[in-house]
Every structure is written in structure tokens, then in C-alpha cells.
Write a protein that binds this ligand. Structure first.
Ligand code: HEC
Length: 127
């Protein structure tokens, strides 16, 4: 490739055409996603929960025992918000974090076994 061609290509990718900006934008998105992924690796617990298949009937009974006081008998909200369609708002991993992290008081930190958490998740998914 001659120097002239290289210069022309560079010009094309930067000033003359929006392709350069589109490429730069795409690269930025990839880099930012990669950085996010590296900074927030999915922890061991979440990974094992997501690898299990849950039982929504058992999930319902875990929910009744632990969550209804705040989220209501039918998950339609009380002290805590309604959890209807929660899986459209939050990813499964985010829901797991919400339940086990204890970062949003007054919601307590729960420590269900991975299988119990998977059951709970499958109940929450169909709300
Ligand atoms: C002591 C009350 C309380 C209990 C018990 C409780 N929660 Fe919560 N929960 C909250 C409150 C308050 C929030 C809102 C937190 C915030 O975002 O500030 C919340 C938020 C959530 C959210 C996120 C909702 C959204 O749309 O962002 C999920 C999912 C959730 N709770 C699931 C559960 C599950 C599952 C249980 C039972 C294992 C449970 N909670 C038990 C009070 C409670």
C-alpha cells in the first residue's frame, strides 16, 4: 500500500466519511462492555444458581416464607415494590444480587442455597 493510499484511507475513515465515526463508536462500545465485564465478573454463587434449573412451586413456597411480608402475598407490592414482570426489568444475575447482597435496606440479605435461589428465580420469572 503506497503512502498516498494510506493517507487517503485514513482521510476516508476520519474526515470524509461517517464510517470512521461509526467504527470508533463500535470500538468504544466493545471496549466499555469488556471493561464492565472484567470489573463485574459473575461470581461463583451466581454462576452456580444460573446453571441449575429451578422449580417454581418450591420457589413459591420459599417466597411465601421469606418475601411476602414486604412484597405482598401475590408479589404485587407492599413495603417493597411490586415484583410483577420483574424479569423484564432485571436480568437473572441482577435479581440474584438483589436477594443476596443486602445492599438495599430494609430488604435483608438472604443466603439461600443455590438450588433454593434457582427455585426462587423461576418463580419470580413467571410473575
Ligand atoms: C423487609 C422487607 C423486604 C423483604 C423481607 C424482602 N424485600 Fe425485596 N425489596 C424490599 C425493598 C424495600 C426493595 C426496594 C429496594 C430498593 O431498590 O431500594 C426491594 C427490592 C426487591 C427487588 C428489586 C425490585 C426492582 O424492581 O428493582 C427484588 C427482585 C426483590 N426485592 C426480591 C425479594 C425476594 C425474592 C425476597 C425474599 C427472598 C425479598 N425481596 C424480601 C424489601 C424487602
Amino acid at each position: 500500500m503506497s503512502a498516498v493510499t494510506t493517507t487517503r484511507t485514513t482521510e476516508l475513515l476520519t474526515r470524509r466519511s461517517p464510517i470512521g465515526w461509526i467504527l470508533a463508536g463500535l470500538i468504544l462500545v466493545v471496549v466499555v462492555s469488556a471493561a464492565y465485564w472484567l470489573l463485574h465478573p459473575m461470581d461463583e454463587y451466581t454462576r452456580s444458581v444460573l446453571s441449575l434449573s429451578g422449580n417454581e412451586v418450591r420457589g413459591r413456597s420459599i417466597f411465601v416464607m421469606n418475601c411476602v411480608d414486604c412484597h405482598g402475598q401475590w408479589a404485587d407490592g407492599k413495603v417493597g415494590p411490586s415484583l410483577r414482570n420483574v424479569s423484564e426489568r432485571l436480568s437473572p444475575a441482577r435479581i440474584v444480587t438483589q436477594v443476596v447482597s443486602g445492599k438495599t435496606p430494609p430488604m435483608p440479605q438472604f443466603q439461600p442455597e443455590p438450588q433454593e435461589m434457582a427455585d426462587l428465580l423461576s418463580y419470580l420469572k413467571q410473575l
